[in-house]
Write a protein that binds this ligand. Sequence first.
Ligand SMILES: CSC[C@H]1O[C@H](OP(=O)(O)O)[C@H](O)[C@@H]1O
Ligand code: HPA
Length: 253
Amino acid sequence: MLGIIGGTGLTQLANLEITHRQVGRTPYGEPSGALTFGRICGQEVIFLARHGYGYTIPPHEVNYRANLWALKDHGVDRVVSVATVGGIHPGLIPGTLVIPDQIIDYTHGRAATYFVESDKPVIHHDFTFPYCDAMRAALLQAAASAGISLRDGGVYGAVQGPRLETAAEINRIERDGADMVGMTGMPEAYLARELALCYATVGAVVNHAAGRGLSVDGIQMEKIQPVLGEVMLQVRHLLEQLVTNDAAGLCKF
Ligand SMILES: CSC[C@H]1O[C@H](OP(=O)(O)O)[C@H](O)[C@@H]1O
Ligand code: HPA
């Protein structure tokens, strides 16, 4: 079953016919909220709002382990994560949708593995390609079917937050090779790998990263809001096409 993790601007899915909600308890504590079970275009999905349904949990306090564990525990085997990002690459202007293919992790102090010291033997998971190819391909196919323009590939720089970056930090992150910046991409993607979930991210560019674009007064949430509204409409449409293609057997998971 498909699990959808919604981020900023996607605390609920307007096109989800809700059947029920269930609190998902896990050995790692409480997820960000109850799991929302429902159907999109007749297909069963589970939705979870990463920052809570009231948008109360900041990125560094999200219980990423509990979120992914709860989804898996309820039958999810593939996950679309929706994440808003700041655009660094000149092609990633506000309003763009992008399917990243790589990650650089700048986060720290987050619970970033299910393994504990007493686990023997020590396991090192391959993470060369951090996103699931099949899910990336399914998202790109859905965009093509629905006529939604979507950029294929890009490096997601995962920062700690909750503050936004300085212009110099963005310059450094760009030199490192990142094309976009967000605060939630890690450890979410890696934990999905440990749980063998087929996971990919839809990045929604909602602002120019700090010091980029024409803005002289920095990054203002009031300016982000209208872009968020527009871009999340596209995301909902994309998700509808994704589940429709999945039901028609067009996705090779
Ligand atoms: C300027 S909004 C910052 C906030 O939005 C992103 O959240 P998400 O990835 O869940 O959409 C970013 O990572 C920050 O948490
Ligand atoms: O500019 C940003 N930086 C970090 N996270 C973000 N999430 C949306 N925009 C941004």
